[in-house]
Write a protein that binds this ligand. Structure first.
Ligand code: SF4
Ligand code: SF4
Length: 77
């Protein structure tokens, strides 16, 4: 799954800029904040599709982009 192009999808309109996803991600440079302080996928090729970021985001601002993907809030509640 390493480097799956659509493994992770950001929804910046839901992001509250808490930074939890950046702390949870063990791959440097996949996620970053845009100029408005909202999450974006900067380098999808480095994503290992571990979904730690999806699990820690309480605002569903990160979801799986793969077919049959999931949203974190639904898994963690
Ligand atoms: S954990 Fe969710 S709300 Fe917090 S910075 Fe990341 S995407 Fe935004
Ligand atoms: S799925 Fe894993 S590797 Fe990919 S951005 Fe989220 S925490 Fe980082």
């Amino acid at each position: 799954m390493q480097g799956a192009r659509n493994a992770i999808r950001a929804h910046p309109e839901r992001c509250v800029s808490c930074g939890r996803c950046l702390l949870a991600c063990r791959k440097q440079g996949v996620l970053e904040f845009d100029g408005d302080g909202r999450v974006r996928v900067a380098d999808a090729a480095r994503c290992s599709a571990c979904y730690r970021c999806v699990d820690v985001c309480a605002h569903r601002a990160l979801t799986s982009g793969l077919p049959g993907g999931f949203e974190g809030e639904m898994r963690s509640e």
